[in-house]
Write a protein that binds this ligand. Sequence first.
Ligand code: SF4
Length: 339
Amino acid sequence: MSTKSPNSPTCLVLYSGGLDSIIACKILQEQGIHVIALCFITPFFGYKLKSRKNTSKKKVLADHGIQFEEIDISDAYLKMVKNPKHGYGKYMNPCIDCKILMVQNAIKRLGELNASFVATGDILGQRPMSQRRDALRIIERDSGADGLLLRPLSALHLPATDIENKGLVDRSRLLGLSGRGRKDQIVLAGRYGIKEYPAPAGGCVLADPILSQRLKRMFDLWPELDVNDCVLAQIGRHFFLPGGSWLVIGRDEKENAKIISLIRKGDIKLDLARVPGPTGLWRKVNTGAYTDIAASILCRYTKVKKHPEEVKLSSHGTEKIKIIRTLPASDDTINRYRM
Ligand code: SF4
């Protein structure tokens, strides 16, 4: 980990794990600036940081001697996603408001982390929604970051900031990248010895067409959707059953474990009673009806295909257990309820 020299300013960099944000860190480090990477935790990205000690994100930062801080903005983020002031992109991605919220939170941490300004890996014109010239300006203005926000990769295309004017950063050593191409960034990755980085735009589930569709439908059905619901919405197979309930079935052991970690009071857990198989979580169940459908859907994703199997339904937070003997659901049932 690089240590801060007494006279060097400190900068907080919004760190997504993508190549552009790590290049932003390196450009500033190269000028002797102490960099603290901010890793945001939201229900839609960064959530793994909450449970895992060593994510690939943290590893890359450690490899490059960059200090990092985690900021959990899950509740505020979810509120924003439900009603973004600047609207959505192609899917459920509220990119402008997303950036505003992160910059706003970074600004709030300046004092506590003894930092002078905030930087991002934004590249002018790279993304259609949040990296247009006017959008970059809106983000700066609406986050309250006037004079405190630097975009080191595109700085030479933008007016000089107070940060440069005050001499905290040497503008002549900042870059003038723009547009969608990645050639320059790949060259910079080689120069800075950055070997591990994800594909562009990878990782944001809000820009995923299938997930966005599911989330949209869920926000319409259940405006009170919370963080746990949103995390659950991203794993497994999903079914919306009659009566307004929601069934999730794990696709592998990892998903089964994740589902178990999200179970809460009022949920019903489904397992095969006698043989190993997937785990199901049935939520928002208001009626005892439809247990046969839920059990048969779980059965559908086991090796049992032709004969009835016993499914155990356990109500979380109570001792109530029900065993249902059922055949796997038909194609018709699966297609009718699958989301
Ligand atoms: S792609 Fe996702 S993480 Fe990136 S700005 Fe848009 S909403 Fe935020």
